[in-house]
Write a protein that binds this ligand. Structure first.
Ligand SMILES: [Zn+2]
Length: 235
């Protein structure tokens, strides 16, 4: 079974695929009878494959310890997650992404481990901020605003937003008033943050990259044009 997964390094921002050689993960099981039930604590080191970076990221997570059909212990639902190195998983985004969006995103990442509820609330506000700013939608409930951009965005992005919307309590989050705080589990908070990162990349960064590329083409064309005019004018 392949354990490869897509990952963005919080130090160098490079998008990579993490293979087994770059991942060190271990766990310890709590089996002493207790009021909360059996638990598994997993630790995960990831080493960035970018030769210029090679930084170590460390996170630990607490799970329900379950039994599989053969009575073997296995990792269950994630209860808590802690990003130890770096302390926040927040990626550094360029300055042209609106500051209010970056602020909400950074804050959502910072408190993701300590308060998933508050983190998800900030993520929702951030998501709404992105949709309003980028697509100039008519303000309403987040779910209605998402509906407004359905025909404007590429189908895959729409499906991603739609599938995140359907996970657990996130849907309730998007249907309710912005001030309402809804309970979410750590995986849901993580999913929302991942969605925000994707949208910032796919919309703001892609738009800026496109602009830069087109300007470059125009510049080169203009220079050629100037040079041509120059030769025409020359006797
Ligand atoms: Zn890196």
């Amino acid at each position: 079974m392949s354990n490869e997964f897509h990952w963005t390094c919080p130090f160098c921002n490079r998008d990579t695929t993490i293979t087994e050689e770059r991942l060190h993960s271990t766990w310890t099981d709590l089996t002493i009878s207790n009021a909360d039930g059996p638990r598994r604590l997993t630790s995960r080191f990831i080493i960035c494959p970018n030769p210029q970076c090679q930084k170590t990221t460390l996170s630990v997570s607490l799970h329900v310890l379950e039994k599989n059909q053969f009575d073997q212990p296995r990792t269950g639902k994630c209860l808590r997650q802690w990003h130890l190195i770096p302390a926040s998983r927040a990626l550094a985004f360029p300055d042209y992404v609106p500051q209010s969006i970056i602020n909400d995103y950074n804050e959502a990442c910072l408190i993701q481990d300590t308060s998933t509820k508050a983190s998800a609330t900030l993520s929702r506000r951030c998501l709404q901020g992105i949709i309003r700013d980028f697509w100039k939608v008519k303000p309403g409930r987040l779910i209605d605003e998402i509906e407004q951009i359905k025909d404007k965005i590429d189908p895959l992005t729409w499906e991603a937003i739609d599938s995140v919307r359907k996970v657990g309590n996130i849907g309730a989050h998007m249907e309710k008033d912005i001030d309402l705080i809804v309970d979410v589990d750590p995986n849901e908070a993580e999913l929302l943050i991942g969605l925000i990162e994707t949208l910032i990349r796919d919309w703001y960064i892609a738009r800026e990259d496109r602009k830069t590329r087109l300007l470059k083409i125009k510049q080169v064309a203009d220079q050629k044009d100037q040079a041509k005019k120059g030769t025409v004018r020359a006797p």
